[in-house]
Ligand binder design. Structure first.
Ligand SMILES: Cc1cc2nc3c(=O)[nH]c(=O)nc-3n(C[C@H](O)[C@H](O)[C@H](O)COP(=O)(O)O)c2cc1C
Length: 216
């Protein structure tokens, strides 16, 4: 049965931990769908949505994915693993047209659409750091999914410990796909790991310009 009591976002953020081990229980499709839908609502530059996700649930495929993820047991133990990817070619193989079609449906002015048709390919084909552009967007959708999973009462494990080429092969990804991160979702088995702690505001946040402390 799906969880009925959702956490607030504040609770989810405060209680979230990177889960070391999952109990392998099955997850209702309804919850998985909610998590995926939440991620797809994420914002993106020009609304280009270059993210793509492969959901891995079968025992066989999870086992293979684990082998491509430095044998991290949580990959196999998770109820589902969402493999977050960026499609480097999406914008030139239909996404731009689809984005404009939806935009027009939602009231995008025609002169905006005409400009976008020129500006977006120009911007993306000359981007100084395209990998970063792709990564930036995929991680927003990824994080939105992670937080929605936590709100629904699941535990999550974000992972960068995987071998790009092996994962690509297992998932039969097109050449233009880049694997950004794995998101394990399920229920914690055993204990959480130690509390790592967080850098404080004085170390990480500045006011107005670099180096000036923020005061409240
Ligand atoms: C993008 C990303 C990749 C990560 N990759 C791994 C991983 O491959 N394996 C792992 O055990 N933990 C991984 N972590 C979890 C971090 O180690 C964890 O978030 C950090 O130690 C802080 O712990 P906490 O989230 O429980 O507070 C990753 C976290 C992020 C955000």
């Amino acid at each position: 049965m799906a969880n009925v009591m959702e956490k607030t976002l504040s609770q989810a953020i405060a209680q979230r931990r990177a889960t070391p081990s999952f109990d392998g229980s099955r997850m209702p499709d309804e919850d998985l769908k909610k998590i995926l839908d939440a991620g797809l609502q994420a914002p993106s530059g020009y609304n280009m949505q270059p993210w793509r996700f492969i959901v891995v649930r079968s025992e066989e495929q999870k086992r293979r994915l684990r082998a491509a993820s430095f044998n991290q047991a949580k990959v196999e133990e998770a109820s589902a693993v969402i493999v977050a990817c960026g499609d480097a070619d999406g914008w030139r193989s239909g996404d731009l047209e689809e984005m404009l079609r939806m935009g027009r449906e939602g009231g995008m002015p025609e002169n905006y659409a005409e400009q976008a048709k020129v500006n977006i390919p120009n911007y993306l084909s000359n981007h100084p750091n395209f990998a970063m552009w792709l990564n930036r967007h995929v991680m927003i959708a990824f994080t939105t999914m992670l937080l929605m999973a936590e709100v629904l009462g699941y535990d999550t494990a974000p992972m960068e410990g995987f071998e790009q080429e092996k994962v690509r092969e297992i998932l039969k990804l097109p050449l233009s796909y880049h694997v950004v991160a794995l998101l394990g979702i399920g229920h914690l088995k055993g204990n959480d790991k130690f509390q790592g702690g967080r850098f404080n505001l004085a170390r990480t946040v500045f006011a107005e310009e670099f180096g000036k402390p923020i005061k409240f």
